[in-house]
Every structure is written in structure tokens, then in C-alpha cells.
Design a protein around this ligand. Structure first.
Ligand code: AMP
Length: 411
């Protein structure tokens, strides 16, 4: 019987997933399907695409009379679909993206009730993501208690940073309580680091900054393909301006919001995580496509500020690297917005970046070089693949226990 792995990336109202065949004898991973469940907590839909990108399923989920369905019912529908379509496969495990692993988890971990309780403790550090990551694990554990689940952390890749990059200049007892810069988007950076040599050759081990520009956004400075610094810190709020998050902010603003404007902790949290960034400045949307399509002065300023912050923080990472050999764009905005890339590259000319505008504008979807042959800094667009990274980690953690069979016929 074929063996398979399922990868889950669970957010507040949607879950992204991907299923992989584990080929024997070389254990290579081949994606067999991927998809999303949208509208969890309301009227969820299941969307599934096959290996070749063809849409296999687009349907409303209704497992009970109740029209408002939570994560457990959503996963029940997903497992039901997989059971009907992933014929003759044994599901070995589910790998999850878990945003915060704190200081305790420097490696992916097989989830136990004790580990789940420890991961709950990091929820205040990642309120937008951690509860949803963990509720997916809980929902699957209650549906299939025998199935192995592996937590893969967005913080892990940054564990190689020197202490100066991780430290906050706070009293020692605060640092010792775990208040330090962890960094995020680690699974994305780890994937990019794994494919860099194939694209950049020897320069892959040089001074590289990867710009993960999606709804969440951060930069990671790498040397020898290891993280040496990143723009995200203790939480995923720090650093770049994002879709709805503010990025770097004078901590005095937070004090003023509470003591001067009388805002509660909850209201400040909502403001900084959900109402700021592109959404807050444009007043229109946190989605870059929508902001780019608008011609209001506020939308133009939102993009101007976004680009300014990327340039400013690119400089702040070039400093510890002592220069720059390569710049890599990835994630939704980094992979798709040629105009954003052009503006960032124009501002980075002082670092030796020379963009080939034709290559930048070319309609392409795979990894590609977009700098001129004479550019001192190689500029690349490389699509990220966090799901594959999670599948690789899950496979490595597995010891073959807790398998669950997809017994039904289909696909
Ligand atoms: P992600 O979180 O990686 O899925 O990225 C989501 C972000 O990518 C959203 O802000 C989208 O608007 C943005 N995005 C996706 N496609 C494009 C595009 N063609 N042009 C500009 N932004 C895009």
C-alpha cells in the first residue's frame, strides 16, 4: 500500500492543505493534491486541486443541519474527501505549520498532549496564528486519535542567529523569561535555502537576503544559507509593514495608546495586528492587489510606505551581512507584483542591485533571475513551498507509528 502525508496550514477562517505520496524506495515526496477549506466558522467550502493543477472539488461543506461549522466538521469533510479519493494509501501522519515554538522547540516535534499544552503557552506571542494552528491539531486528534501529528515551527530556522541578532536590550531577567527576537516565516526561508544552490550556484552561500512578502512579510539575512538576522522579532508584528500589521513601531506608541488614549490591551492588539499596515494606511484593503489597483492618494501612500520600509530594513540586514550578493523575492507579493519588485530594486541601487526590467515584467511563474548580467547583486524570484518543507520535516520525525489508512477506492 502506498504511504502518504498530509500537511496543514491552519489560519483563522481558512485551512490550506497538501497531500504527498511517499515514494518507495527513495522516500521522495510527490504532491498528489492541494487545496483550502474557506469560511470556517461560517459556511465552509472545500476546494481541491490535483497534481496537474486541475480543480477537482469546489463544494459547500455540510455534515450536519447546522450551517455554521467549526474546524472539527471542516476536517471531517476533508478526511472524508481524502478517504474517497486517495485510494489505497496509508496516511502516515499530518504535519502542521505552528507559528511559534518559543525557546523550547528548536526542532519539529511529534505532538503529545504535554507538547500541545506548552504550545498553548505561546498563544499571546502569536495571537493571529497560534490558536488556529493548535485548534487544527486538536480537531484532528479528536477525529483520528491514533494518527501521528507533527508540529513544524516558523521560528526554528532562526535558531542559528547570533545572540546579538536575537537580543532585546532589556534587563537580563526579562531576556531570561524568553523575551527575545525569534523571527518567523522560517519554513519558507528554509525551503528557499534548500533550493538556492540549484539557482545561484556558489553565491547561494554568500550574503543573501530573502524577502518573504505575503500577507505577513519579513526579510531574512542568510550567510551560508543559515539565518543570521531577520526583521520579525519576539512576535510576528515587528519589521516590515504588512497587510494588516504595522511592523516596527516605537514602543512608546503602545504606551500612549493605552495610557493616553485609554485603549485596552485587546483593542491595541486588534489595532496592531488587524487594522494597520496596508489596510490602515490605505483605508481600503490589506490585500496588495486591491491597493495596487486603487488610485486614491491614500493607496499610493500605503505602497510608498511599504516600499520605504522594505528598503530601510533591507539596509538594516545588509549591515550585519557586510554587503549583499543576492536578493530573493518570494510569497504572494514578492512572486507576483513586478511593480513592487521594481520599486524595491530601484531603492536598492546603492547596494549594487541592477534590475532587468524585461525579465522582471515577463509573465513567468517558476524561479527566475531578474537582475542584469552586470548587476553586483543577483536578484531572483523563487516561489516558496512551505508545505513541502513541512512534509519533509514530518517525514523525518516519523517512526512509522500511528498510521491511518485511507481505505476507500477513488482517485
Ligand atoms: P500570501 O500571504 O503569500 O498568500 O500573499 C498574499 C498577498 O499577495 C496579498 O496581499 C495579495 O494581494 C498579494 N498578491 C497575490 N498576487 C498578486 C499580484 N498579482 N499582484 C500583487 N499582489 C499580489
Amino acid at each position: 500500500m502506498k504511504q502518504a502525508l498530509l500537511v496543514i496550514n491552519s489560519g483563522s477562517s481558512s485551512v490550506k492543505f497538501a497531500a504527498y505520496d511517499v515514494a518507495r524506495p527513495d522516500s521522495a515526496l510527490a504532491r498528489i493534491a492541494n487545496g483550502r477549506i474557506e469560511g470556517i466558522g461560517g459556511k465552509p467550502r472545500l476546494l481541491v486541486w490535483g497534481q496537474d493543477g486541475a480543480l477537482l472539488e469546489d463544494s459547500r461543506i455540510s455534515v450536519s443541519a447546522d450551517p455554521v461549522l467549526g474546524p472539527e466538521e471542516a476536517f471531517e469533510a476533508l478526511f472524508d474527501w481524502l478517504g474517497r479519493h486517495a485510494a489505497g494509501r496509508t496516511l502516515l501522519a499530518v504535519g502542521h505549520r505552528v507559528v511559534h515554538g518559543g525557546e523550547r522547540f528548536a526542532r519539529p516535534a511529534r505532538v503529545t498532549p504535554e507538547i500541545l499544552a506548552q504550545l498553548d503557552g505561546f498563544t499571546p506571542l502569536a495571537p493571529l496564528h497560534q490558536p488556529h494552528n493548535l485548534s487544527a491539531i486538536r480537531a484532528i486528534a479528536s477525529l483520528l486519535p491514533e494518527l501521528a501529528q507533527v508540529a513544524c515551527f516558523d521560528t526554528e530556522f532562526h535558531a542559528t542567529q547570533p545572540w546579538v541578532a536575537q537580543a532585546c536590550a532589556l534587563p537580563r531577567h526579562i531576556t531570561e523569561a524568553g523575551v527575545k527576537r525569534y523571527g518567523f516565516h522560517g519554513l519558507s526561508y528554509e525551503y528557499i535555502a534548500s533550493v538556492l544552490p540549484g539557482h545561484l550556484g556558489a553565491a547561494a552561500n554568500g550574503r543573501v537576503v530573502v524577502a518573504h512578502l505575503g500577507n505577513g512579510a519579513s526579510l531574512c539575512a542568510m550567510q551560508d544559507r543559515r539565518s543570521v538576522a531577520s526583521t520579525m522579532g519576539f512576535t510576528a508584528l515587528d519589521g516590515l509593514m504588512m497587510g494588516t500589521r504595522c511592523g516596527s513601531l516605537d514602543p512608546g506608541v503602545v504606551l500612549y495608546l493605552m495610557s493616553g488614549l485609554g485603549m485596552s490591551v485587546q483593542a491595541v492588539e486588534k489595532l496592531l495586528y488587524e487594522q494597520s499596515g496596508l489596510l490602515g494606511v490605505s483605508g481600503i484593503s490589506g490585500d496588495m492587489r486591491t491597493v495596487e489597483a486603487s488610485d486614491t492618494p491614500e493607496a499610493r501612500q500605503a505602497i510608498e510606505l511599504y516600499v520605504y520600509r522594505v528598503g530601510q530594513q533591507l539596509g538594516s540586514l545588509a549591515a550585519p551581512l557586510g554587503g549583499l550578493d543576492a536578493l530573493v523575492f518570494t510569497a504572494g507579493i514578492g512572486e507576483n507584483s513586478a511593480s513592487l519588485r521594481r520599486r524595491v530594486c530601484e531603492d536598492a541601487a546603492w547596494l549594487g542591485v541592477a534590475l532587468d526590467e524585461d525579465a522582471n515584467q515577463a509573465q513567468a511563474s517558476g524561479p527566475r533571475c531578474i537582475s542584469t548580467p552586470g548587476s553586483r547583486v543577483a536578484v531572483w524570484v523563487i516561489p516558496t513551498n512551505e508545505e513541502l518543507m513541512i512534509a519533509r520535516h514530518t517525514q523525518a520525525v516519523l517512526q512509522g507509528r500511528g498510521a491511518h489508512d485511507w481505505r476507500a477506492d477513488g482517485m
